[in-house]
Every structure is written in C-alpha cells, then in structure tokens.
Design a protein around this ligand. Structure first.
Ligand code: GDP
Length: 201
C-alpha cells in the first residue's frame, strides 16, 4: 500500500508553544512514556532510521519536534517522561508546556498514544487520554512491542485496553511492532483518514 509518511521531513524543534509553526493545517501528535517505543514507531511509520531520536537521555530533551508532510500537515513528537529520575521541575515544565499546547493549538487533529503493550494505561497515559478527551482530540492507542507477546496474549492485551476505554468516543486501539514492522498499514489508514488524504488526488 502507498505510505505517504515516508516523505516526512524534520521541520523544527522547540521547547514551548512559542516556537511552534503557525497554527494552521493538520497536526497529529505522538505521545508516550519514555521507552514506550514512540521514536521507533515514528521511524517505522516513516521508513526512516533516524528521523526521531531513539532512546534519548530521559528528561533531557523536552522539546516538541515537528515533522513536515505535504499540504500543511505535520507529525509532532511530544516529549515523554515516565522515569522516576525525571526531576519534578522538568515534569512541571512539561505540564505547563503541554497544557498550553493543547489548550491553544487548533490544528491538532488526533493523537497517537504509544504504550508498551505489556504495560498499558499507566498514569501518564491516563492523563494524556483525559487531556485528549477534554480537548475532543481523537486518539489511536498504539500498543507497541507486540512482538514481545504471543499472538493470543497480544490480542487479549488489545481487548482489555479496548474494554477500559469503551466509554470514551473516538478512541481506536491497535497493535504495533517496530521490530516486526507490524501494524503499519493500520496506522497509515488511521492517519490518512485524520489527514483526509483520501480526499486528494
Ligand atoms: P521512546 O523513548 O518511547 O522513544 O522509545 P524508543 O523508540 O527509543 O524505544 C525504547 C526501546 O524499546 C529501544 O531499546 C527500542 O529498540 C525498543 N523497541 C521499540 N519498539 C520496539 C518494538 O516494536 N519491539 C521491540 N522488541 N523493541 C522495541
């Protein structure tokens, strides 16, 4: 199938809402706890080995990173946290920056919330979900590292997450593996719908 995300290019990175690109077009954000597999998922989606930096020093890079697609569409890599060693001051800054970004940015069309399929719905993930639900941003929960589980266990992990979020509208749950390149077409289809790619020639 055609993967239009291959053309993603680094646009800019900035520490807060201030340096973001103009609030126009369509943005899909990628969020997840550190080590969930978010950078790997972005690299797998875009078929680029080093577009998103894998295994950054936790808590060090608190930048929003924007990747440009065609026609004013962007993928945004949000800084993650989740390690105990991230200092409280960094977490506070993160909260402030993220709530500003969420509350003010109209071009956010969806969120890809990346979770390790073996450890889903941690407090960070619940907080992100709540944020998205309150801002009416649809979410695709990407249960990644699915290669770490047997097929049956992976699909029950997916079912139990689906059950946990069933009362919230606009939440999709899918399995993904960067190692095995599984779940890529499903993610592309989800993004195409959000970006309304199918409406264009
Ligand atoms: P991030 O902190 O969320 O950006 O996570 P990374 O993408 O840096 O991945 C964290 C670690 O998990 C790295 O050692 C990756 O190689 C590993 N990893 C990421 N995705 C997968 C996957 O789908 N399968 C397996 N087995 N390992 C993965």
């Amino acid at each position: 199938m055609h993967n239009s995300y291959r053309q993603a290019k680094f646009l800019l990175s900035c520490p807060s809402l201030k340096g973001c690109p103009n609030d126009s077009g369509y943005e899909v954000i990628f969020a997840g706890r550190s080590n969930a597999g978010k950078s790997s998922a972005i690299n797998t989606l875009t078929e680029q080995k080093k577009l998103a930096k894998v295994s950054r020093t936790p808590g060090r890079t608190q930048h929003l990173v924007f990747f440009e697609l065609e026609n004013d569409r962007r993928l945004v890599d949000l800084p993650g946290y989740g390690y105990a060693k991230v200092p409280d001051s960094v977490k506070q800054d993160w909260h402030q920056n993220m709530s500003q970004y969420f509350d003010n940015r109209k071009c956010i069309k969806a969120a890809i919330l990346v979770m390790d399929c073996r450890h889903p719905l941690k407090p960070f993930d619940q907080m992100m979900l709540e944020w998205c639900i309150n801002s009416k941003v649809p979410v695709n929960i990407l249960l990644t590292k699915s290669d770490k589980l047997k097929k049956g266990a992976a699909s029950s992990a997916r079912l139990s997450v689906m059950k946990a979020v069933k009362d919230s509208p606009s939440i999709n749950v899918q399995l993904f593996s960067s190692l095995k390149k599984e779940g890529v077409p499903e993610l592309c289809t989800y993004l195409d719908k959000i970006f309304e790619m199918s409406n264009e020639g």
